[in-house]
Design a protein around this ligand. Structure first.
Ligand code: 4GM
Length: 233
């Protein structure tokens, strides 16, 4: 069981995306819970402002620290243990399967979705344990990156994927060896002149395994040589 608490200005985005899919199943099965908190509900001025212009000038707006801090307090106040607090940010450390697997061990993950140019640094200094980025690009809000994080972490919560599926992945799967997956096929064996590679229909399991390994290694060399630098391959 993992408990995601999302701080956001757009809670509707989560309802839409997580109402269906494997994650929805996990929520129904009580393996995952996800609750959104509307940051704007914690703005105290008459216009319910959540952003303001940056000190020192410059373009865009900055998310104010007080509504974020109050919204977070409202969550932590009722928890028994302090949660791990994550800010989705282009300045964060890159999300990997290893990090997702580590985060899946937490009881409660608070995920903060920024907007505009980002959030007041004092919020980060005071409350954020990890800034996490899903890739080297910027999107208009932290919500889509947060949903990616929720999905990637949930896959490592026992029972969320089929048991067989997850056990398999951890022991033999292409994710466990750090290589890219090779091509996969299903019926029909021929489509518009393209046939499934003979080895896959040969029934020779050893040969299939070797073929998959060779392709994975070649594909990784061509597309993601960076993955081979760290590995002992
Ligand atoms: C700046 C600071 C995350 C912008 C905090 C968030 C991309 C990612 C935002 C923020 C984001 C990412 C919102 N864009 N690469 N935009 O994970 O939350």
């Amino acid at each position: 069981m993992i408990d995601f608490r999302v701080l956001t200005l757009f809670p509707e985005m989560f309802e839409a995306a997580l109402g269906s899919s494997i994650i929805a199943r996990g929520i129904k099965d009580r393996l995952i819970s996800l609750e959104c908190t509307q940051i704007r509900d914690f703005a105290t001025d008459k216009h319910h402002s959540v952003d303001d212009s940056p000190y020192g000038g410059g373009p865009g707006m900055v998310m104010k620290v007080e509504p974020l801090a109050s919204a977070l307090d409202s969550i932590t106040a009722v928890l028994e243990q302090p949660p791990r607090v994550i800010l989705m940010s282009p300045q964060g450390t890159r999300l990997t399967n290893d990090l997702a697997q580590e985060l899946a061990l937490e009881q409660t993950l608070v995920i903060v979705c920024g907007h505009y140019e980002g959030v007041d640094e004092r919020f980060i200094e005071l409350f954020v344990d990890d800034e996490v980025s899903i890739g080297d690009f910027v999107v208009t809000g932290g919500e889509l990156p947060a949903m990616v994080l929720v999905d990637a972490v949930s896959r490592f919560v026992p029972g969320v994927l089929g048991d067989l599926n997850s056990a398999h992945r951890d022991t033999f799967g292409p994710e466990s060896d750090g290589l890219l997956q090779g091509p996969i096929y299903t019926r029909p064996s021929e489509f518009r002149g393209l046939s499934v590679p003979d080895v896959l229909t040969s029934g020779d399991h050893k040969a299939v395994e070797k073929w998959r390994q060779d392709i994975s290694l070649n594909r990784t060399r061509e597309r993601r040589p960076d993955l081979l630098d760290n590995e002992s391959l």
